[in-house]
Design a protein around this ligand. Sequence first.
Ligand code: GTP
Ligand code: MG
Length: 303
Amino acid sequence: GIATKLESAGIYDLMGLAVMSPSDLADLAGVGQAVARKAIQAARGMMELGFSDGAEFDRKRKDIHYITTGSENFNELLGGKGLESKAITEAYGAFGSGKTQLGLTLAVNAQLPKDQGGANGKAVYIDTEGTFRPDRIRQMAEALGANSDKVLKNILVARAFNSDHQILLLDKITELIKEQEEPIKLVIIDSLTAHFRAEFAGRGQLADRQQRLNRYLHQLMKLAEQHNLVVFVTNQVMSNPAMMFGDPTTAIGGNIVGHASTFRIYLRRGKAGSRVAKLIDSPNLPDNEAQFYVTEAGVRDDA
Ligand code: GTP
Ligand code: MG
């Protein structure tokens, strides 16, 4: 029936229904637009969505949690405690700049207790490039004195073979969140854009690519908000020959990804094996830089 169709589309609760658009719901459930609209309105009515006063808004902000990057400098750049839940944090940068290493570090740190900068939860890792490294996770876990088998078990990894598969896996995450006894607190997409870029390479396909990316990012944001998740995505750069000064690199997906990401970080190699993270266009934080290192133990302040 309709309930099964909704479930298979990743909609399990009132919130899932309330935030849908009538046309999406009509497509998914195979019902008319009018029926879909009524169902959504009913869900919204039950949830009392809409405006909330300042106190209510404050309460919703209160359950936001953070996951440490492993570097105090880097955490400071992001406001003090690391990556924030109910938000998308994007790291873009050249090959070897440390995007994947940061993702692996976060997958370990998510499992730390709250007083050590973690979220006491599991991580989901969507791997589009086959770069997930169990051995690296073990190294990082052992550096923290943790049981490396247990840490690895708490990271749910899926390889996404193309962009359609990558999109499908988002629904799977919703299922996983329902099934797990220990909560999932972090979702990593490494890389967000690689499949989209490869599959929609032609000039005439740019609009289509951007539209799909946009839709995907909105689904991700919805997931982050509904389940209070930290979402970390990585992105490649392309060289921008039109730019004459500074670092001539631009993130793939451009403004679409930029607008959907709450925090945007540009990573590059720094002096003497260091790395530099720069915050880009943040609405409420300064565009500062932070120096860090990728060490055996993961992301750290010092080499
Ligand atoms: P692409 O995915 O190719 O775009 O690059 P990326 O930004 O994901 O780079 P990644 O995070 O894979 O960074 C690779 C770099 O991390 C290597 O060049 C090393 O400098 C560093 N690194 C990787 N593993 C280790 C390790 O075990 N110890 C140390 N000290 N550094 C490491
Ligand atoms: Mg990588």
